[in-house]
Design a protein around this ligand. Sequence first.
Ligand code: SF4
Ligand code: SF4
Ligand code: F3S
Length: 266
Amino acid sequence: LASPQRPPVVWLAFAECTGCAESLLRTTYPWIDTLVLDIISLDYHETIMAPSGEAAEKSLHDTVAKYPGKFICVVDGAIPTAEDGKYGMLGGRTFLEIAKEVCPKALATICIGTCASYGGLPAAAPNPTGAKSVKDAIGINTVNIPGCPPNPINFIGTVVNYLLFGKLPAVDDKGRPLFAYGQTIHDQCPRRGHFEAGEFVTSFESPEAKMGYCLYQLGCKGPETYNNCPLVKFNMGTSWPVQAGHPCIGCSEPNFWDKMSPFYKS
Ligand code: SF4
Ligand code: SF4
Ligand code: F3S
């Protein structure tokens, strides 16, 4: 996929925990160095770029000015909107101002993580900063790669779809690419047979837990959650929450912190 015409990418980090960036750094198909050196041109990413301060801000402004309508904007984190956005600032400007300036000039805005996609943790009740998704904060359509954090393969797949076919992938009514979010966790779960057989784990210390029975009675949100975790897994395909014995908490669904809680039943 290495291309002499690597698409310029700017990565805006707003109200977030950096978990999404940490997730991307652990991509293995391809490795992160191949991604940022051979496949895309990552012109601005505060966490991993060499410049800092005014030099870093110049990189952002230069890319936006040089490639209007041609760069990809990746947003990580929600956007505080209360009090004119003053709960999130960078270089003297609010996240809200930065998003309003940069995102509409991009070829596309890809929201990585549930915070940017739907508000996520910063927007959880009582949401004192008025945090919103990129779409709700500035009124643009976005491609959403939710998850807390998302699997980097879903982000890479979206970018590669663009590189190979010249367009972004088909999405569902929540802006999620169907290739990754087209089915529920429950419909792909290896414990589904136990669910159908009525074989449930009722406590984490139980023999049923050791036998890998279904986690529904502990609060698993797999039946309501669209994502491909059972297929692609995390950490080089090593494992994913349910495989590790933990219920799915619905981390790729809008407002999951409020709607999906309590995460545990007993
Ligand atoms: Fe952190 Fe989760 Fe938000 Fe990503 S989606 S920035 S991992 S809280
Ligand atoms: Fe469905 Fe969760 Fe049970 Fe898997 S563990 S079958 S996702 S309820
Ligand atoms: Fe998130 Fe559930 Fe996958 S909690 S990581 S969508 S198994």
